[in-house]
Design a protein around this ligand. Structure first.
Ligand code: BEZ
Length: 273
C-alpha cells in the first residue's frame, strides 16, 4: 500500500453517490448472500457508506454497527436508522464483540491493510467470519492507465489511492493474522455505468485529480472520456467499467466451525502495509 496517510482528497457526497454509484451497493447483495447473516448475530459493516447494504443485514435480523471514514456517508447511514459511526479502519476499537465482519467495495480504499486485518481479527469473537468483496488485481485497469498516462503527459503527480491485490497476496495477509481462508476468488465483473466514465471519475476517483488545477479538469476529463470511449462504451453509447472483484470468506478459529485459526508468525505480504 501507499503509506499510511488517510485519503484526504476523496469527498463522499451521498447525493452524487446515489446518482452515479448506486450500482456499488446494488451489486453487493451477493456478498450478503455469502455472509448469510443470521437473526440475532452481531455484525460489523466495515466501510458501510450510506448504509444501503447495512439495511440488508438489519433486514436479516442481525444487530449491526456500521463504520466509515466519511462523516457525510455516516450521516446518510444514520438517516436510515443505522447505528453508524465515523471510525478509522486502521484503528478499529472493537474487542471480540462481533460474530461477523462484512465489507463491500471498501477495503481497497484503506491504507494500512495489515492494521485493518488485525483490527477485524480483534473485533471478531472466536469462530467469527470475515466476508468481503473489494477491487482485485486489474480492477478498473483501463481507467487507471488512462488517468495515469494523461496526468503524466501533463507533468502532474499521480495519486493512486487504491490497493487492488492478487488473491495470493490477500490470502497471505489474512493467514498471517491467523484467519483460515475458506474461499477466495478473483474474477472480472464488467459493470454497466449509469452515466459516462467522466461521472464515475468525478464521483469515485477524485484523488487522481487532486494535483490538477481546477481550470484544467474539464479538458482533462474530456480527453480521458474520448480515450476510453472505444474501450468502455458500446455502439449505443452505454458505458461500463472494467471491474475485477476479489471476494473472500475467512474465519477466526476457535469457534464451533472447527476451522483452524491459529496465529502464525507475523508477515508483511507484498503490497500490504
Ligand atoms: C471498486 O469497488 O472496485 C471501486 C470503487 C470505487 C473506486 C475504485 C474501485
Amino acid at each position: 500500500m501507499r503509506g499510511m496517510k488517510p485519503i484526504r482528497t476523496q469527498h463522499w457526497n451521498p447525493q452524487d453517490y446515489d446518482r452515479h454509484a448506486r450500482f456499488v451497493s446494488d451489486l453487493g447483495g451477493v456478498v450478503l448472500d455469502l455472509l448469510a447473516p443470521q437473526p440475532g448475530e452481531s455484525i460489523l459493516d466495515l466501510g458501510c457508506g450510506d448504509g444501503a447494504l447495512t439495511e440488508g443485514l438489519l433486514a436479516a435480523g442481525s444487530r449491526v454497527i456500521g463504520v466509515d471514514a466519511s462523516e457525510q456517508m455516516v450521516s446518510a447511514a444514520r438517516a436510515r436508522g443505522i447505528d453508524a459511526r465515523v471510525v478509522d479502519a486502521q484503528s478499529l476499537p472493537f474487542e471480540a464483540q462481533f460474530d461477523a465482519v462484512f465489507s463491500n467495495a471498501a477495503l481497497h480504499w484503506m491504507p494500512g491493510q495489515t492494521r485493518v486485518v488485525a483490527g477485524v481479527w480483534r473485533a471478531l469473537r472466536p469462530g467469527g467470519r470475515f466476508v468481503a468483496e473489494m477491487g482485485g488485481a486489474g480492477n478498473v485497469a483501463s481507467i487507471v492507465q488512462a488517468l495515469e498516462s494523461g496526468l503524466a503527459a501533463r507533468g502532474v503527480r499521480v495519486v493512486n489511492p487504491w490497493f487492488f491485490p492478487q488473491p495470493e497476496t490477500y490470502r497471505a495477509l489474512l493467514e498471517s493474522q491467523g484467519f483460515a481462508v475458506t474461499d477466495i476468488a478473483l474474477f472480472p465483473r464488467p459493470t454497466p455505468l449509469p452515466g459516462d466514465v467522466g461521472d464515475w471519475i468525478r464521483t469515485l476517483a477524485q484523488p487522481f485529480l487532486a494535483d490538477l488545477p481546477d481550470a484544467e479538469r474539464p479538458a482533462f476529463l474530456a480527453e480521458i472520456i474520448e480515450r476510453l470511449r472505444p474501450v468502455l462504451s458500446d455502439a449505443q453509447g452505454r458505458w461500463h467499467a472494467d471491474y475485477v472483484r476479489l471476494r473472500f470468506r475467512a474465519t477466526k478459529g476457535g469457534g464451533e466451525s472447527g476451522e483452524s485459526g491459529e496465529r502464525k508468525a507475523p508477515a508483511n505480504p507484498a503490497g500490504a502495509s
